[in-house]
Design a binder for this molecule. Structure first.
Ligand SMILES: [Zn+2]
Length: 113
């Protein structure tokens, strides 16, 4: 499989009714994964809740969710040889214009940013 990157979603996603995501990170920090990948070009990750805000304004649960997402992205990027920098929004409202993208990025070299 050759993926082109990751697409990030949140609760307000209009995809929700018809389709599932590959990974859903719930409010309690638990992760559910679909049995197989939904698409062959992108891996879809959904964060449950409203993530259209600055990182400083998020509660601890949301910060843990973002941490879980960054771990998943890092693991998958290594497994499938995708750059962990190839993160994309689903659309203009999902996950939102204030989504803290920089928090999700773990640079491959040192594991910190
Ligand atoms: Zn979406």
């Amino acid at each position: 499989m050759e993926f082109e990157g990751f697409i990030i979603h949140n609760n307000s996603c209009d995809k929700k009714k018809e389709e599932k995501w590959d990974f859903t990170i719930r409010r309690d920090g638990s992760v559910s994964a679909s049995p197989e990948f939904m698409e062959s070009d992108y891996i879809h990750i959904c964060l449950e809740g409203d993530f259209n805000r600055d990182y400083e304004l998020m509660d601890n649960e949301q910060k843990i969710q973002l941490f879980m997402a960054s771990k998943i992205i890092y693991e998958l990027s290594r497994r499938f040889s995708i750059s962990p920098l190839f993160l994309f929004p689903h659309n203009e409202t999902c996950p939102g214009t204030h989504f803290p993208w920089n928090v999700l990025v773990i640079y491959p070299a040192g594991g910190y940013h």
